[in-house]
Write a protein of this length. Structure first.
Lengths: 327, 309
């Protein structure tokens, strides 16, 4: 088995607001192996993006602060590096793309300049080398007429093309890990499929790890090797993708899977999980899902369940399975 | 978006030299040259510069002494724009005054852009206590009425007995120092909104340095604002200088400036009877200011890549 590229160990990222402390990421541990695609799934505000930004050390402080834990990237603890060392990792060893390709490119710089920049900063290429490499990258992400694109401005490209350019920029320095924060949310379905194909292809060609943040289970089924489900700042279930879809354990994960439309099956209404995500401020020491859970027991409202693995490596944090793993 | 012919990649190669990476400066230059008003402004401004800096050498009166007996003559073949009360040739005075006014206008603007741009960017980008200090300083300068400060500083200069030739440098600096505030605020507010844009997070993710982020990514975005306010600043500085000179705090006679010459219009007799004393400097100021505004307008458009030719 490939070795771990990234390891989150008990990561805690809190935001200190006037109303109270928001535990956006609360004691999260999981790892990403080299060349593996890990999907982080969960609804809005559950801490997916904050986990990724913590890895890049881009949590705005104040109000945010990484309160504890370790993030081991390629043998180094990210949280202990200096800002200068961190800059060499960002864009060079870890690439990142965002949800909104329309605003992620600087409107007054040409595409060429924006692709060439990290090459010249991190790989110390000359302008000419960077130019050639940039053209190669544009071709790799499947855009024709690369030379012409180089001198275009972002507003001249479509959303899908811009996202491809973002991918080209993120890939420019051959990162070991690509973080994609909902890369297809702002795109229409056909472009979505193209971008996912592109990500998969590039990932295989380069043996690069991919950390994909999404709330779309369709994407997860299509691309992931391993899935981490988050709820209110905690990992509640994680498993290889097949195992998770075949055998979801946590009531929340089951609810999510049930809430998906199935092609060919007519339903009046899709299933919804009752209730709402709890207010993230001042949560007590109990299972955060207990208010919405059909199977909630007394213990669920008293103690936080710990993440524990069964014999298949399927980890779940739920009191329902407490007895099972003790055996 | 204009039409792009997919089948003609070669045409593109002809037009642009591929070895040179395109830059915002080069693109802006091309767009600038296509603007008719910009060319007109450039021509007028070039003329004003030649007129002021080269013109005097063609004047037969460059070494002429003051001769009151030839004073207040209307325009004639000898003196194209007449003479003033001391018998000096108004055309020559106009040229020499142009040197002072143009230099003060441009130098003061450079100071404004330099101080205002730098402090505004720093305050907007870093925020926190730096922002507080810079902006409170700006508020203090903003809150003080301009004229009393100028009078005070002018009095200090007179007390320190600063020789007239050097006074114009002080005037430039004073004008620059009291007017950087507006630009600094403008730039700060723009940077505040720009730095929250996602493309700035994207530069963060690429691991770029702060200096690079500010200069390469933020600055081109505020450039149009800077250019417009700078061009208006040149005009403003020329006018402020004339106010200052009128109060006897700017350049002192015999050194002329357009503003000082214009103040002849304050004398009712000169105003009614001798228009050749104040019309020419007025026209010179107007032409210069209009030309600079044309250029500024064109530059703003040229630096906006969304404006297609």
């Amino acid at each position: 088995m490939a070795k771990n590229l990234v390891e989150f160990r008990n990561l805690k990222t809190f935001f200190y607001t006037e109303e109270g402390v928001v535990k956006a990421v609360n004691d999260v541990s999981f790892s990403i192996r080299e060349g593996e695609t890990v999907c982080i799934v969960g609804e809005s505000g559950c801490g997916k993006s904050v986990t990724a930004l913590s890895l890049m050390r881009l949590i705005q402080s104040p109000p945010g602060k990484i309160e504890g834990g370790e993030i081991i990237f390629d043998g180094r603890d990210i949280l202990k590096l200096s800002e200068a060392e961190m800059r060499r990792i960002r864009g060079n060893e870890i690439g990142m793309i965002f949800q909104e390709p329309m605003t992620s490119l600087n409107p007054v710089l040409t595409i060429g300049e924006q692709i060439m920049e990290p090459l010249m900063v991190h790989k110390l290429m000359t302008k000419k080398e960077a130019w050639n490499k940039a053209i190669e990258l544009i071709k790799q992400v499947g855009i024709p007429r690369a030379e012409q694109i180089m001198t275009s401005y972002p507003h001249e490209l479509s959303g899908g093309m811009r996202q491809r350019i973002m991918i080209a920029i993120a890939l420019s320095c051959d990162p070991k890990l690509l973080i994609a924060d909902e890369p297809t949310t702002a795109l229409d379905v056909t472009i979505q499929a193209q971008i996912l194909d592109l990500l998969r292809k590039i990932k295989q060609e380069r043996n690069m790890a991919l950390m994909l943040i999404t709330h779309d289970l369709g994407i997860v089924a299509e691309i992931a090797d391993y899935v981490v489900v988050m709820y209110a700042g905690k990992v509640i279930e994680e498993a290889p993708v097949r195992e998770l879809f075949k055998n979801p354990k946590h009531p929340y994960t089951r609810g999510l899977l049930k809430a998906k439309p199935i092609i060919g099956q007519r339903q009046e209404r899709l299933y919804t999980i009752p209730g709402q995500v709890p207010n993230p401020i001042g949560l007590g020491d109990y299972c955060y899902f207990s208010d919405r859970c059909e199977y909630a027991m007394d213990i669920c409202r008293q103690k936080i369940p710990q993440l524990a693995a069964d014999e298949n490596g399927h980890k779940v944090a739920c009191w329902l399975y407490e007895g099972e793993w003790k055996k | 978006m204009d039409q792009v012919n997919v089948n003609q990649p070669l045409d593109y190669k002809k037009k642009n030299n591929l070895k040179k990476a395109p830059s915002i400066w080069r693109d802006a230059f091309h767009r600038f040259l296509k603007n008719k008003y910009a060319i007109l402004g450039l021509v007028i401004l070039t003329f004003m510069f030649l007129f002021s800096f080269v013109g005097p050498y063609f004047s037969p009166y460059l070494d002429a002494k003051i001769d009151v007996s030839k004073g207040n003559q209307p325009p004639s073949a000898e003196h194209w724009l007449g003479t003033d009360n001391l018998g000096r040739d108004v055309l020559l005075r106009l040229m020499l005054a142009g040197r002072i006014s143009l230099t003060i206008g441009i130098a003061a603007t450079l100071i404004i852009v330099l101080i205002g741009g730098m402090l505004g960017s720093i305050a907007g980008y870093y925020g926190g206590w730096l922002d507080v200090i810079i902006m409170r300083l700006a508020d203090i300068i903003y809150a003080m009425p301009g004229l009393p400060i100028l009078i005070m500083l002018g009095a200090i200069m007179s007390d320190l007995k600063i020789p007239p030739p050097q006074r114009i440098y002080y005037v430039m600096f004073i004008l620059g120092f009291i007017s950087w505030v507006g630009l600094a605020r403008l730039i700060r507010s723009q940077i505040l909104s720009l730095k929250e844009q996602e493309f700035m997070l994207a530069t963060e993710v690429l691991g770029l340095r702060d200096s690079k982020k500010i200069i390469k990514h933020l600055f081109p975005n505020v450039l149009p604002t800077v250019i417009v306010s700078a061009t208006l600043g040149v005009a403003g500085a020329i006018l402020s200088e004339s106010a200052l000179s009128f109060l006897g705090l700017g350049v002192i006679p015999p050194t002329p400036s357009w503003g000082y010459m214009l103040s002849a219009a304050n004398n009712m007799i000169d105003f009614a009877k001798r228009p050749w004393l104040w019309i020419p400097p007025g026209v010179a100021i107007m032409l210069t200011v209009v030309a600079i505004n044309f250029i500024g307008d064109a530059l703003r458009d040229a630096f906006d890549p969304r404006q297609k030719i």
